[in-house]
Write a protein that binds this ligand. Structure first.
Ligand SMILES: *Cc1c(COP(=O)(O)O)cnc(C)c1O
Length: 424
């Protein structure tokens, strides 16, 4: 490990993003946080904003705050997200959760393609996406069939697997750009082109991609997308999601939830709904201001750092971790659960181990070591390590790897139960 420690210190010294770490809450350097792919760290500016919004805006200004910045907050936040995901401002809105936004867009898409019955997704998809589609098909009760592309290598789905199940009866394809377990990444443009050839629409789930890899929705010809802001975008636990609908589709694509925030003139309080002519028509009800107000300060950091620099460091970090895996972790019984090729990999790495859950418990508990390492566990056997270039260091990667070795060497896992916590 000594050679890796020296190497990491040198990388940290040369790291062009190293100053950004100071903008995040880092109380204790002995806590190695490698779960930014599930919940990004707290940007100090976001915390200050919440305090200010509570005290000054809610407290002092009360209802007047709606005209002093709250009403346009979902549009301002969306404008910052559009830049990160390669969309126009007029195509993105911030509201609700990813699950709900997926339901709205999938319902709209099936309504638009009402003569088709097939919905395609992937067996490695994040479960909520599949549940949403199952529930929607059940509610519509029109005989929609969900067909899942199967993974050959257990890591992800390749293009040919999607190609083999697409046909002229396909209404909708729902894929996750970066797989939540393996971090395998699709080629968005190729799949959009393929689906469009068959007249199908595509919804992309960008949860593990936004803020982790460059995304260019416009350039790739994407129809629709959803994604969360609390992972690599660091906007806080349960911060609202974003949705994207390509401009020329917005006229034909109606939200299934007609709420007053999606109405053209909500404050006329008329009795009949008229959808907004803008992307706001995909909103439903009142914005959650306290959880939305973190988005602008958090994204300001991402934008200032730039997605290209973030991606460059992300690749260096994951490559470094894979090298350590090849040289030392493999022999300790870990198995790589992510693609070796960085071009098709997001910003996290999965290591597989039959005792993955107990290893994650041992890492998170301070145990006998000097460090706490926080990854997460995803069944059946994945330990996920998220590398967030804005605040993680190369030295942290070496510490995490050393802990992974120590836990096996000391048989430490056997002091932990395999009973699962509510949140893993
Ligand atoms: C995290 C994640 C979600 C979460 O959806 P919520 O509605 O925010 O709970 C959805 N899809 C994917 C791919 C995810 O990684």
């Amino acid at each position: 490990m000594d050679n890796f420690i020296k190497e990491a210190l040198e990388y940290d010294r040369l790291d062009s993003l190293k100053e950004f770490r100071k903008e995040f809450f880092c109380e204790n350097d002995s806590v190695i946080y490698l779960d930014g792919n599930s919940l990004g760290k707290l940007p100090l500016a976001a915390g200050e904003t919440v305090n200010r919004v509570v005290a000054e805006q809610w407290g002092e200004r009360m209802i007047r705050s709606w005209n002093e910045g709250w009403w346009d907050m979902p549009l301002r936040a969306a404008s910052m997200i559009s830049e990160i995901i390669g969309a126009r401002d007029s195509e993105v809105i911030v509201c609700d959760s990813t699950s709900i936004n997926l339901y709205k867009l999938a319902a709209a898409a099936l309504n638009l393609k009402s003569d088709r019955r097939k919905i395609i997704s992937e067996s490695t998809n994040f479960p909520t996406d599949l549940y949403i589609l199952q529930g929607l098909a059940d509610k519509l009760d029109k005989g929609h069939k969900i067909v899942l592309a199967e993974s050959r290598d257990g890591l992800g789905i390749d293009y040919s697997e999607i190609e083999s199940i697409l046909d002229n009866d396909t209404a909708l394809v729902v894929l996750t750009l970066v797989s939540y377990r393996s971090a395998q990444m699709h080629n968005m443009k190729k799949i959009n082109d393929l689906a469009h050839k068959f007249g199908a629409l595509v919804i992309w789930d960008l949860c593990h991609a936004a803020g982790a890899v460059p995304v260019d929705l416009n350039h790739s010809g994407a129809d629709m997308a959803v994604g969360c802001t609390y992972k690599y975008l660091n906007c806080g636990p349960g911060s609202p999601s974003f949705l994207y609908v390509r401009e020329d589709l917005q006229k034909e694509l109606d939200s299934p939830i007609w709420g007053w925030f999606g109405d053209k003139t909500p404050f006329e309080f008329k009795l009949e709904y008229t959808p907004s002519e803008s992307v706001k028509k995909y909103m439903a009800g009142t914005s959650g201001i306290l959880s939305m107000c973190t988005i602008e300060p958090a994204l300001e950091i991402v934008t200032r750092a730039g997605m290209e620099s973030i991606r460059e460091k992300s690749i260096r970090m994951t490559e470094f971790f894979i090298r350590i895996y090849n040289e030392v972790l493999k022999d300790a019984g870990y198995k790589l659960g992510s693609p070796v090729n960085p071009d098709i990999r997001g910003s996290h790495i999965s290591l597989k181990h039959s005792e993955a859950y107990r290893i994650s418990k041992a890492l998170i508990d301070s145990g006998n070591g000097d460090y706490i390492v926080i990854p997460d566990y995803r069944p059946p056997d994945n330990l996920r390590f998220g590398f967030a270039p804005l605040y993680n260091t190369y030295s942290e990667i070496v510490v995490a790897a050393a802990e992974l070795l120590r836990i096996i060497r000391d048989n430490e896992i056997f002091s932990y139960t395999s009973d699962m916590d509510a949140v893993t």
